[in-house]
Design a protein around this ligand. Structure first.
Ligand code: PMV
Length: 308
């Protein structure tokens, strides 16, 4: 018998970085998924289609399993196999999707019957190893799915869309390091505390407005907010020339607006565009070597089942 779990990846639509300092952020699950299989074994082992079995990148996965074993007093001797469609280092939540899927599959294998919020809490043990002091937005959206307004310490608010929407996602090909980017922004906060607080308040308000516009289908209004958010992120030194050039391409090719998504310094850009322009933007960016796709949202969160 094996337990299988499948979790979506994610984009942060607005509010990254400031969410670490208490602002509202808006995130959506996107349908590039991670699949995890767990079965009983003589000892704990982790393998992945992305890394060598000895890679330190797999240690946080083992940590989630061990901590769950300890907390629920059950055996953590399992074989974990990970298969991912999510580019790693792209700011699309590949680690969060993996941790959430592992927590969900372990819960299923050991019949723990854990709730979604518990899966998020348990996956944070691995996320902290990877990212230092993350806000928790990544595992939250991968676990809940759909679209969520998130603020640290509060219950995530599901955003109900009046219809399906498309978000364009383009990966710069540059690996980003969330831990150092978070530190960089924190240094800015220390240097300009008053200004930083007001920027965080502004971005918090922007995220709530972005949720309203996305829900109602005002993609043009959402695009304008993305442009403002990108400028603020740029001013907190998390963008770079490649991300800026993708943002500019998305808008110059007829998009409503675009911004970096996730920690920045690399990773991906997201944008929204009139339906008639979406294909053109995806092929133009792909032709320039950036892995680009149109993500239909909403998409469902983590799910798990047993296979015999
Ligand atoms: O690791 P990423 O690229 O998905 O970025 C996470 C978003 C941050 O706000 C930068 C960090 C966090 O934990 O909220």
């Amino acid at each position: 018998m094996k337990a299988v779990a499948d979790a979506p990846s994610k984009v942060i639509i607005t509010g990254e970085h400031f969410v670490v300092h208490g602002a509202w952020a808006l995130a959506a699950a996107v349908p590039r998924r991670v699949r995890v299989e767990l079965s009983d074994a003589p000892s704990l082992s982790v393998s992945s289609d992305r890394f060598e079995a000895t890679s330190p990148k797999l240690a946080p996965v083992a940590k989630v399993v061990k901590e769950m074993g300890r907390e629920f007093s059950v055996s953590s001797s399992v074989k974990v196999s990970i298969a991912s469609e999510v580019p790693q280092g792209a700011g699309l939540g590949s680690s969060a999707a993996t941790m959430v899927a592992v927590a969900s599959a372990f819960s299923r294998l050991r019949s723990l019957g854990l709730r979604v919020d518990e899966l998020v809490r348990l996956s944070m043990a691995g996320e902290r190893e990877v990212h230092g002091k993350p806000s928790g937005i990544d595992p939250t959206i991968c676990a809940y799915g759909g679209v969520v307004l998130f603020k640290p310490g509060l219950k995530p608010m599901k955003v109900k869309l009046a219809g399906p929407r498309t978000i364009l996602v383009s990966y710069s090909g540059i690996d980003r390091a969330t831990k150092s980017q978070i530190r960089r922004v924190s240094r800015r906060k220390k240097r300009f505390p008053g200004l930083f607080t007001r920027l965080a308040e502004g971005i918090s308000e922007l995220s709530v407005d972005a949720a309203r516009r996305l829900a109602g289908g005002d993609m043009e209004g959402l695009g304008r907010l993305l442009v403002i958010d990108h400028a603020v992120l740029d001013s907190t030194v998390v963008s770079n020339e490649t991300l800026d050039s993708i943002v500019n391409l998305m808008t110059s090719l007829g998009g409503y607006g675009a911004k970096l998504t996730g920690a920045g310094g690399g990773g991906s850009v997201l944008g929204v565009a009139p339906e008639a322009k979406e294909k053109r933007i995806v092929s133009a960016l792909s032709a320039r070597g950036f892995e680009t796709f149109a993500a239909r949202i909403p998409t469902e969160g983590v799910k798990s089942w047993v296979e015999r």
